[in-house]
Design a protein around this ligand. Structure first.
Ligand code: 2RA
Length: 361
């Protein structure tokens, strides 16, 4: 994995003063798909290689970062004590293990797994909607939401602030990279084959090439998928609307990167398309594309590798009082994972971590 090598940067090992002004940043799961995006964003921010610590299951690997080979270590108590911030790009059980051990001594941990998202004492943060939750946290842990939740929240927060929100119905169109490398590998293996079989190691519930799969994660007794239940609970928590009426159908689509969602919402108070457009145009983290045909509608290929959530196709639903439809697309590995986590660390402590955010893409 080579990250940021094209920037031509060579670490200035003589400048201890320059190095000490940077935080020491750990990435657990650094060799995974989301871990790689963390490293890429930190490289764009020019975090020196000396200030990056990469962690994984075993010793002996390296991550190529800005022209340097950063060794991958197992996270120990001693190594954790060096860190100012730790980003967890690992699964829920591993996050729990880290937070029951070395993670306790790190001043700030941002966890990308679902392990702590709904814990009362852990803020679940999308800074565009609830940066105050990161600033006012009681412990050292911030949870990062599900990738679809993060994108949808960026679009809904300005609408909540303008006119309140009564209900949100959504259908998602989620890229294969949301399932990590095994998802991408299954898609690549199936793509171009003429049979209708699913790849042997596919994490999906059916063949994804040339198809769509209307189930992400396991179904509960009532038939809702884990992904749908996450979106339901996480939207309520982040938007601080505990009785928001939410229904989601989550669907895997044959797209490499970029999750999209079709939203049908009902606001609490009367508003107009004009007022909604104005609110979306000035909202942070969002690029609004009018539905009048003057711009291309938001699409995954337009957002891969970029920061904002693209919002478009805004329209009033005929015959439905306070009913509106809109469409969002976002990079599930950036705003849906690594970028949002880094932004949350910055929201928690702008003075210490502000330098970790690169120029916007
Ligand atoms: C998915 N939400 O797309 C998940 C990724 N964390 O499968």
């Amino acid at each position: 994995m080579s990250v940021g090598a094209d920037l031509g940067y060579r670490p200035d090992v003589n400048s201890t003063e320059a190095l000490s002004s940077w935080p020491t940043v750990g990435v657990a799961g650094a060799r995974g798909m989301v871990g790689g995006v963390f490293c890429s964003i930190l490289a764009d921010a020019a975090l020196p290689a000396e200030c990056l610590r990469a962690f994984g299951h075993e010793e002996g690997n390296t991550v190529e970062y800005r022209g340097a080979s950063v060794p991958v270590h197992v996270l120990t108590d001693e190594r954790a004590r060096e860190l100012d911030v730790l980003f967890l790009a690992v699964d829920g059980p591993q996050s729990r293990e880290i937070m029951a051990g070395p993670g306790v001594s790190v001043p700030l941990v941002v966890d990308n797994s679902s392990a702590f998202r709904l814990a009362d004492d852990v803020p679940l943060v999308v800074p565009e909607a609830n940066a105050h939750a990161a600033r006012n946290r009681r412990g050292n842990l911030i949870a990062n939401p599900n990738c679809t939740t993060a994108a949808v929240v960026v679009a809904l927060a300005p609408i909540r602030d303008l006119a309140g929100l009564e209900s949100v119905d959504l259908a998602s169109y989620q890229a294969v990279s949301g399932a990590g490398r095994t998802g991408v590998d299954a898609f690549e293996a199936e793509r171009g084959t003429s049979h209708r079989d699913r790849a042997a190691d596919s994490p999906f519930h059916g063949r994804i090439a040339d198809s769509v799969v209307p189930q992400i994660d396991v179904l509960d007794d009532a038939g809702w998928s884990g992904e749908e239940n996450k979106i339901h609970a996480e939207l309520r928590k982040i938007l601080e609307l505990p009785s928001l009426d939410v229904a989601a159908t989550t669907v895997r689509v044959p797209v490499h990167t970029g999750h999209s969602a079709a939203l049908h919402i009902r606001t609490e108070r009367q508003t107009t398309i004009g007022e909604l457009e104005a609110a979306l145009r000035r909202a942070p983290g969002l690029e609004y594309r009018p539905a009048d045909g003057s711009e291309r509608h938001p699409m995954p290929l337009d957002i891969e590798g970029r920061d904002p959530v693209l919002v478009g196709r805004l329209r009033a639903i005929p015959g439905r009082d306070r009913g509106f439809a809109l469409w969002v697309s976002s990079d599930n590995l950036r705003k849906g994972a690594a970028l949002n986590a880094i932004q949350s660390a910055v929201a928690a402590d702008p003075d210490r971590f502000g330098r970790l955010l690169p120029p916007p893409r």
